[in-house]
Design a protein around this ligand. Structure first.
Ligand code: ATP
Length: 468
């Protein structure tokens, strides 16, 4: 028997759900507002929560994480009216188990609840058994722990997995961890960056070619799909595949067979697919830019990595990790941070997420040279710029840093914060890439390595800032 909390402002809905829960043999408690639900949850060890999105004292979405973080780790099922599909989608992306559209039948309610409880039990069993090899993933906030649980489940099933997340949130790291935790770990983990391959070379890179198939094909090449046989194929930025390649790839997924360019016979490859994207593939599918049938295939399981600004509690742990890593590479002792430096790190928005944090620490450690402590002055320019926030709200603490980097704003020309921030971040980006270009003599590979970006991203930034 499980404890189930029902949160809905409509007494009829509460009654129907409670009836369904009780007839399935579980204990039900109901609440008409978020406040009552939170008070109830304190003493009711709930294993599943039915959560309405539109409540008199707030939006259910804002309370979702609160319920997910309860000690009993409940699964949350969203109850949604016809009017809020976007809210339900957002909730799923934040780790809600599923959603039910009102009015749901008793059978639907019961089935969803059974599945949610089964899923929760399997999730807890796996985390109790400590089966997850983290493969370098750092962080312990609840959103990340959920992703690790998704990871563990995906690793065990072998189904296709779609990892969604902003740039630098760790999609490739997670994909590798899925591979490392799967029965395929002894075989290859093959990465294909779909945004870095031009249309012309994509097909032969994926499927291989025979000698003489086209100008320049001087040897047979088996291709990356064949290379991932028995292992894992990671398609990064899958949203960049053009429709023609999507069609070809769908066939490979369905039949596990493909024909190398210029070959007469088909080749077989048994690979496990993990894809990543930071694009809204659903919206792309609706616009006809991404095949719906391929989307169904690749997202048999899904995991959404939180942006760093939504898991700031992990920042100190990540900083320690990267400072130790940098020190290890230099065979030096790890540097430490003054508290005010950590404050800046904790307050910054991190549009480039963990990658940006890692780069910032590497740059700061290099700037600090032999000094054991990192000071604000060691931080990259764009981070120091974040101090402007404090200055604009009258809490600026270190005028020296700002005045040396920027001229003060006149009384009459204070722009909106967002506009100003965008301009300053763009200026910092431009300066960074100018310096990087000068430092590396414009060698793309080296630029990509130092900046920890893909070569195609570096190309686009070179074009953006007309670096010559
Ligand atoms: N949770 C984490 N713990 C430790 N390192 C992390 C974490 N997340 C990301 N990183 C590091 O940040 C960098 C970027 O990660 P990764 O390449 O996996 O991101 P991504 O989401 O695939 O980025 P992109 O979309 O730009 O390809 C890597 O150096 C990775 O090791």
């Amino acid at each position: 028997m499980a404890n189930v909390l029902i949160i809905d402002d409509d007494p009829d809905v509460r009654q129907v759900l409670a009836g369904a829960v009780k007839s399935a043999g579980h204990e039900a408690r109901s609440a008409g507002t978020l406040q009552i639900a939170m008070d109830t949850a304190g003493s009711f060890n709930c294993e599943a929560v039915f959560l309405d999105l539109s409540l008199p004292d707030g939006h259910g979405l804002d309370a979702l994480t609160w319920f997910q973080e309860l000690m009993s780790f409940p699964e949350v099922i969203i109850i949604t009216g016809k009017g809020d599909p976007a809210g339900a989608e957002l909730a799923l992306n934040k780790g809600a188990f599923d959603f039910l559209e009102k009015p749901a039948s008793i059978a639907e309610v019961t089935l969803t609840l059974v599945r949610a409880l089964e899923y929760r039990e399997a999730r807890l069993r796996r985390s109790r058994e400590g089966l997850i090899k983290r493969s370098g993933i750092v962080g312990s906030c609840s959103a990340l722990v959920r992703c690790l649980q998704d990871l563990s489940q995906a690793a065990a099933t072998g189904n296709s997995l779609l990892i969604f997340g902003e740039t630098g949130t760790g999609k490739e790291l997670f994909a590798k961890a899925v591979h490392d935790n799967s029965p395929r770990a002894g075989h290859d983990f093959v990465v294909v960056d779909c945004s870095a391959l031009s249309r012309g070379v994509m097909e032969s890179t994926l499927f291989g070619h025979v000698r003489g198939a086209f100008t320049g094909a001087s040897d047979n090449f088996s291709g990356l799909v064949a290379l991932s046989n028995k292992g894992t194929l990671f398609l990064d930025e899958i949203g960049e595949l053009d429709l023609d390649m999507q069609k070809k790839f769908l066939r490979v997924l369905e039949e596990k067979k493909f024909r190398p360019v210029g070959a007469s016979r088909e080749v077989y490859s048994d690979f496990r697919l993990v894809c990543a994207t930071n694009r809204d593939l659903e919206a792309m599918a609706q616009r006809g830019e991404f095949r719906q049938d391929l989307l169904y295939r690749i997202r048999m399981q899904k995991c959404t990595l939180p942006p760093l600004r939504e898991r700031r509690e992990d920042i100190p742990e990540l900083c320690t990790h990267f400072l130790e890593e940098t020190a290890g590479q230099l065979k030096a002792s790890p540097k430490e941070m003054y508290p005010e430096v950590l404050e800046i790190f904790s307050a910054y928005e991190w549009p480039g997420n963990v990658r940006e944090l890692k780069n910032a620490l590497e740059q700061a450690a290099a700037a600090a040279q032999d000094e054991p402590m990192l000071h604000r002055r060691h931080l990259p320019l764009h981070l120091r710029v974040s101090l402007l926030k404090d200055s604009l709200s009258g809490q600026q603490e270190d005028k020296g840093v700002l005045s040396s980097d920027f001229s003060p704003l006149g009384q009459s020309d204070i722009p909106e914060w967002k506009t100003f921030k965008t301009q300053v971040v763009e200026a910092a980006e431009e300066r960074y890439f100018h310096d990087l270009y000068a430092h590396t003599g414009g060698r793309i590979k080296e630029m990509a390595r130092l900046a920890n970006l893909t070569q195609s991203r570096v190309y686009s930034l070179i074009n953006k800032y007309k670096l010559r």
